[in-house]
Every structure is written in structure tokens, then in C-alpha cells.
Design a protein around this ligand. Structure first.
Ligand code: FES
Length: 572
């Protein structure tokens, strides 16, 4: 329980009326109207950042999880108080959920800071919610524990096992290629996502759940428990109890999220073959504590981190298989010689201590041993070159190695609208050897960096059996997608990065071996194109409200697409 010298529980952070005793009297009076006894109002408080929403299918079991968290808090002797924040349901947001991640992080940070709580449980799950909560909690720096939604269970379509959302794309590609008819795709549509929880593969939500656990911000063994499994409720109960423990033995986010724990999280990201989005989110979380993640660091770690997990979208299995195969604990044990074991976790033990007492069985068809990995090097790699001076990301574990060392002719789409209009035109001049290039889909573009980097293979090529091509953009890609796709090209086209000056017919050279992506156009021609270029960023003076704040403040992908004003103040 808290130190009696310090105000705690309901007496923390009083509303200011110029009379402290009046403030506490008034607050207790209004809190009493909710039926609390005086005894309960004397206890320490665990706030619960609670994010159910009718627009968030992934969080539909949160009412039941909330009860379990509260049970854990009460049994440990504190008062649980949930409070709502913004919830981001991935597929319900326009133009893209990423635009609102920073808004949710601000909401989370400010409500943790403004309301009287001694510790906080963060209930999140769907793609942007966990990063937003970790960013907010890192900035507020009150003891916090992340509790994730857990993944959906899979479903069936005939003989086939289905799970959102790698299979969404797989079947849509078959439909586009004419291999599935209209009634078939309607039937599949109803079976892709059938339970509560986050996408059933190692997409962004599952990757971020694993990263939260690897950082030490959530309890050991909790990242992969299926949403509907009774263990998820036990994890919720234990999370509530842990938050109470953190009141008397505080471990703050700034003590958990450190350069060394971030290195562990990057290793885990690479070993999972995890989502490309996670590098943006982890960069943003680390940035809140003043820690940079240069993409050269990602490459150094990638060279020495094996891919161990055989999960879709890269491999064969689903998140429920990962859970039963041993979950993240099994991956951490394989990576142990590469990890910083002295990192502190919210459980009050170091990572090394956790791994000592956590042997557990492993299903080797899902989680490979480090001595015989699925791939000897990590799943993500950063590319640099004249097309991406500040970097771009390729998920090599989800790409076709035959396309890794290749020069091709650019076929350029200058916006998402242009892509939608022309990509399926039978007259489009394109072959499977060309490089598809999408411009103006970065963070400051009107589209707000959507998950549009998985450019559809033109219909005439997919009908001819083409499954993959080199695709390049300043957009992102869903964590559930796959292909030889170069993403997050930085600086972006809308602000005048070299990507803006690519023209159809130019040559581009990709070399994954050399970590290069180069536009083969000479400097004079580039200068001519630059002179004729017009800024495609949204003009803040024409905007108001959050749109204006976003346009003024959003940073590039290599800074996590956070807002400049949310970075920590420099000391001195
Ligand atoms: Fe919520 Fe995929 S839609 S995690």
C-alpha cells in the first residue's frame, strides 16, 4: 500500500478550489453518490483504462475481462475504477487508424495524469490501441500494466481453416483471380472473424502484444492467450493484483521501457517475423522516453536474430497454436543468449528471473529451436539508398527471395485514387518484372499513411498466375499481409522525398543483400523534377481541430509517426 505521507487514492491530484480540505470533502461527497463506503474511498486506487466500443469487434469481451481485473484489484486490497478512453477498431476508421493512435495516446496520458489513481491497468488489443496506451503510459510514467485482448480463435470454410486476416487477403486474391465466385466470397466473409479478440495471426496486434510482454509491461505468458480462453480471465485477475503490488513497490514505465528492454523487444519482433507496423509503434513508444531506434540498429540485430515462429502471415499456424505451443515464453528461452536478462518487468522480477522459473513444454512445429531456426536472420530489414535516404522497411520473411536482387522498371501511381483507377485497366502497361510504385501515401499525405503498401497485383497479371511483384511505397502494410513489399519510404513523397520524383519508365535497383534501394536517375534530371514539383502535404492553415494538429505535428516513419509536441522535454 502507498506511503501514508503521500496523498493516495481519492486524495491524489485534487481539483483546485483554493482550499485543499474543501476539495477532498467535495470529491468524497460526489464519489459517495456512486455508493462507495467511506472505507472503500480510503483505499489506494487502480485505474483501468477501458476501451470497449461498438466500433471495436476485437474488444467485445472486455466487460467480462474488466470484471476479472476488478476482482484481482479488490482481492489485493485496492479500489478498481475503470475509465473510458478512445478505442480504435482497425477497420472502422477513416482514413486510417494510425491517424488516431496519437490522439488515443494523448487521451490515455492525460486521463492517467488528471484522475486520482495510484497505478493503472491498460486494457487494449486491436492494432493501434496497445501502442497508444504504452505511449501514453510512458509519458505519464505512473506504474502501469498492459493487459491485451488476446487473439481470436480460427474458423472453417469447407476443409480450410480460416483466421483474420491473412486468409482475408488470400481468399480475396483468389476471388480477384476468378478462382472463387460471388456466393463463395460472401460465405467466406461471414467466417473470417468469428470470436472476440484480435486478428488470429502474427499481425500487428499480436506482434504488439508480444512486444508488450517482451518489454516487461505485461505479465509473463499473457500475450498469446486466446481471447475466449479462461486463462485470459485469470490473466486479467492477476494483472489487477499486479497493479496493486506496483503501488507499494513501484516500477514505473520509464524503469521497464529502457534501451536494453527495447533491444529485447526488437529481437522478439525479428524472431517472430512480426508486423512491419511494430517498428513504427516501438519507435514511438521509445521516443516518449527519449530513446531513439535508428534503423541501422534494427539491421544489426536482424543479422544476428533467427526467425523462430512458424505463424501466418509468414508461416503456417495461427495464434491459438502459438499459445498451445508455448507462447512467447518459449521464444524468449530460445533467444536467451541474445537477450538483456537484467531488465526489470512489472511482475517485479527481471527477465532472467522469469526465464529461470519458466521452463514449459514447446511444440517444435510452431516454435523452432535457435539451433535450427526457420531463417537464420530476422524477419525485417531496413533498406537505404537514393530512393529512401532515411530508410524503408522490407519484411523479408514474408517476401519472395527470388526478387531480392533485382533491377526493374518503375510503374508509378501518384496517389491511392490513381492506383484504384488504373491498376485493373487491361491496357495498363505492366509486366511481372516491373516495380509498382505508389506515391503520396505517407504520414502527411491526405491518406495519412494507410495500410495500402500491399498494392494489388494488376488483375490481368494475377489472372495469369503472378503471385508477387516488387511493390514500393511510403505507405504501411497490414501485419497480416505478405509479399515483396518495400514500405515506409522516408522521407515520404508528399513532403518532397525522392519517391516523389520517380516516373514510369525509371529504373530502380533493389538489393536486400546490400540493404539498398536506389533510383537510377541522374542528379540533373532529379533537380529538374524537383523544380517542377508541388508540395502534396496538407496545408495546416486550411485545417482546424485534430486535422490541423496532425498536419502540423506528425513526424516521419523513422520517428514513429508520433507528434513532435509529445516528445519529452529536453532537460536544461
Ligand atoms: Fe483488431 Fe485486426 S482488426 S486486431
Amino acid at each position: 500500500m502507498p506511503n501514508d505521507e503521500q496523498p493516495h487514492g481519492i486524495a491524489r491530484g485534487l481539483t483546485n478550489y483554493g482550499d485543499r480540505d474543501f476539495s477532498i470533502y467535495l470529491r468524497r461527497s460526489f464519489a459517495s453518490s456512486m455508493g462507495y463506503s467511506r472505507e472503500m474511498l480510503g483505499k489506494a486506487i487502480v485505474g483501468i483504462a477501458y476501451t470497449p466500443s461498438g466500433f471495436n469487434n476485437c474488444h467485445r469481451h472486455f466487460p467480462e475481462m474488466l470484471e476479472a481485473v476488478k476482482r484481482g484489484v479488490l482481492a489485493a486490497g485496492a479500489l478498481p475504477v475503470e475509465f473510458p478512453t478512445i478505442s480504435l477498431g482497425e477497420v472502422f476508421l477513416n482514413p486510417t487508424s494510425l491517424k488516431f493512435r496519437n490522439l488515443m495516446s494523448m487521451d490515455t496520458e492525460e486521463m492517467i495524469r488528471a484522475q486520482p489513481m495510484d497505478a493503472v491497468v491498460l486494457m487494449g488489443g486491436c492494432d493501434k490501441t496497445v501502442p497508444a496506451q504504452l505511449m501514453g503510459a510512458a509519458s505519464a510514467d505512473l506504474p502501469a500494466v498492459q493487459l491485451v485482448a488476446g487473439p481470436m480463435m480460427t474458423s472453417r470454410y469447407g476443409e480450410e481453416r480460416l483466421g483474420a486476416c491473412t486468409d482475408c487477403r488470400r481468399f480475396w486474391a483468389k476471388y480477384r483471380a476468378g478462382e472463387i465466385d460471388e456466393p463463395g466470397i460472401r460465405n467466406i466473409e461471414m467466417r473470417l472473424a468469428t470470436t472476440a479478440g484480435t486478428c488470429a495471426v502474427m499481425g500487428t496486434a499480436s506482434t504488439m502484444a508480444c512486444i508488450a510482454e517482451a518489454l516487461g509491461m505485461s505479465l509473463p505468458g499473457t500475450a498469446a492467450i486466446p481471447a475466449v480462453h479462461a486463462d485470459r480471465l485469470r490473466a486479467a485477475e492477476a494483472t489487477g493484483a499486479t497493479a496493486v503490488e506496483l503501488i507499494s513497490n513501484p516500477v514505473r514505465p520509464s524503469e521497464v521501457i529502457t534501451r536494453t528492454s527495447i533491444e529485447n523487444a526488437l529481437r522478439v519482433l525479428l524472431a517472430l517475423g512480426g508486423s512491419t507496423n511494430a517498428i513504427i509503434h516501438l519507435t514511438a513508444v521509445a521516443g516518449r522516453l527519449g530513446i531513439d531506434i535508428p534503423l541501422t540498429w534494427l539491421n544489426e540485430l536482424s543479422d544476428t536474430t533467427p526467425v523462430l515462429v512458424n505463424l501466418k502471415p509468414v508461416g503456417l499456424h495461427y495464434m491459438e497454436d502459438f499459445f498451445f505451443a508455448g507462447g512467447l515464453g518459449a521464444v524468449l528461452r530460445e533467444l536467451k543468449p541474445l537477450l538483456n536478462l537484467d531488465c526489470m518487468t512489472v511482475a517485479g522480477e527481471t527477465l532472467g528471473e522469469r526465464l529461470e522459473r519458466d521452463p514449459g513444454p514447446v511444440d517444435r512445429s510452431v516454435i523452432a529451436p535457435a539451433s535450427s531456426p526457420l531463417e537464420p536472420q530476422g524477419g525485417l530489414v531496413a533498406l537505404f539508398g537514393s530512393l529512401a535516404p532515411r530508410g524503408a522497411i522490407l519484411k523479408r520473411s514474408a517476401a519472395d527471395p527470388d526478387l531480392f536482387e533485382k533491377e526493374g522498371r518503375a510503374v508509378v501511381f501518384n496517389s491511392l485514387e490513381d492506383l484504384a483507377t488504373r491498376v485493373d485497366d487491361p491496357e495498363l502497361d505492366i509486366t511481372a518484372d516491373d516495380f509498382m510504385v505508389l506515391q503520396n501515401a505517407g504520414p502527411t499525405s491526405t491518406s495519412g499513411m494507410p495500410e495500402a503498401g500491399y498494392l494489388p497485383i494488376p488483375k490481368k497479371l494475377s489472372a495469369a498466375g503472378v503471385k508477387d511483384m516488387v511493390r514500393i511505397s511510403d505507405a504501411r502494410m497490414s501485419g497480416t499481409a505478405f509479399g515483396t513489399i518495400v514500405l515506409h519510404v522516408t522521407p515520404e513523397a508528399a513532403g518532397g522525398g525522392p519517391l516523389a520524383f520517380v516516373r514510369t519508365g525509371d529504373r530502380i535497383r533493389l538489393s536486400v543483400k546490400n540493404r539498398r534501394i536506389d533510383l537510377l536517375v541522374d542528379d540533373d534530371e532529379m533537380a529538374r523534377r524537383r523544380d517542377a514539383w508541388t508540395d502534396r502535404r496538407r496545408d495546416p492553415s486550411t485545417l482546424r481541430g485534430y486535422d490541423k494538429l496532425y498536419a502540423e505535428q506528425v513526424l516521419q516513419a523513422d520517428k514513429g509517426c508520433d507528434f513532435g509536441l509529445l516528445k519529452p522535454l529536453q532537460n536544461g
